[in-house]
Design a protein around this ligand. Structure first.
Ligand code: SAM
Ligand code: SF4
Length: 328
């Protein structure tokens, strides 16, 4: 079996694909205050090119693919895209990250097309606060999306909450309680200073250690053995809980050393690392139907062993680019 190795002996098996660089939401932490509309500045590849890119990735050694964006479910051809990627030999795991707003109708078609799992962003359980953070989102749509994902077996359903001091940190315990009766994986993510939004970040950043303390108000956290050594979350459970809690620490504790992923932007650039500006343009080779293996290998060569340019140190995780452009 072909393997994609970086210079430090890590086997790169995971590709995150941004399938669209715009969104139906404008979350507070994803787009800074002065950005009034979803960006859509990079452009997006058509389905054929994305499928060709993933085919090249599979031939290079990639085994896991996550579709993200922007909001992947706003693509009209998302179900067809999932079906075509799921059929690629060698892709053993296909998942998707979504804000969940359109998942109630799409969960079943996506599951039938071959999607295995979803991660759903949910930053508040209060309608008003949800609407404020997402700048326009309806909480109930996303709650319905979560129920539909569970009912269609897109499990384990992971709920991603970006915790922000003074905005939703008072809801952390309620999010932890969601795991008591349901097998949901609630993951608390540290707010990263994207797109040079340093002022807002300094005001609202909360370190994972403090988020854990808020959870421990409910009861002690027991650590779970790590199943996925390359996953970014450290996982725990509350006594008697059906689900689990995860803590993702891109700022306070880098997880670069275990990183086994590459990213593909919506306009066809391969990014070896979230925290650096390097990109390799796949588009000309994709359009000319050339062999992509040398380009994936070149991206693997550019992976850093351990980025010392942490988002906190740099003031921004990726300069002027946001998660929408890179694929969060
Ligand atoms: N629209 C989809 C969604 O919201 O799940 C997928 C794309 S979104 C960019 C992917 C992830 O990036 C989300 O879980 C979101 O919470 C995270 N994200 C975006 N900006 C972030 C920031 N400044 N700090 C931490 N996480 C961020
Ligand atoms: Fe859209 Fe996701 Fe960014 Fe929110 S986090 S604005 S839902 S891309």
């Amino acid at each position: 079996m072909v393997e994609l190795l970086d210079p430090f002996g890590r086997k790169l098996e995971y590709l995150r694909v941004s399938v669209v660089d715009s969104c139906n939401f404008r979350c507070f932490y994803c787009l800074p205050g002065n950005v009034c509309k979803p960006r859509g500045v990079r452009g997006q590849m058509g389905r054929k090119l994305i499928v060709r890119a993933v085919l090249g990735a599979a031939k290079s050694g990639i085994r896991k693919v996550r579709l993200t964006g922007g909001e992947p479910l706003i693509r009209k051809d998302i179900v067809e895209l999932v079906r075509e990627i799921a059929e690629i030999p060698g892709i053993a795991d296909l998942s998707l990250t979504t804000n969940g707003s359109m998942l109630a109708e799409l969960a079943m078609p996506l599951a039938m097309a071959g999607l295995k799992r979803v991660n759903i962003s949910l930053d508040s359980l209060d309608c008003k606060n949800y609407n404020y953070i997402t700048r326009g989102g309806e909480l109930q749509n996303t709650l319905d999306g979560i129920d539909a994902a569970v009912a269609c077996g897109l499990t384990p359903v992971k709920i991603n909450m970006v915790v922000m001091k003074g905005i939703n940190d008072h809801e952390v315990a309620n999010f932890a309680r969601l795991t008591m009766d349901r097998n949901l994986h609630v993951r608390f993510i540290e707010y990263m200073p994207m797109m040079n939004q340093e002022k807002s970040w300094r005001e609202h950043y909360l370190a994972s250690a403090e988020i854990m303390t808020l959870c421990e108000d409910i009861g002690p956290l027991t650590p779970l053995p790590e199943e996925d050594l390359h996953g970014p979350a450290r996982n725990f459970f509350l006594a008697g809980a059906a689900g689990r809690l995860g803590f993702i620490t891109p700022v306070s504790q880098h997880f670069c050393a275990d990183c086994n992923r590459l990213r593909l932007t919506s306009d066809g650039k391969l990014k070896p690392c979230l925290f650096t500006a390097e990109e390799i343009d796949l588009l000309p080779a994709l359009q000319a139907r050339e062999n992509l293996i040398p380009l994936y290998q070149a991206a693997a060569k550019q992976k850093l062993e351990n980025s010392d340019s942490s988002p906190a140190a740099k003031g921004s995780a990726c300069g002027p680019l946001g998660m929408m452009e890179i694929g969060g």
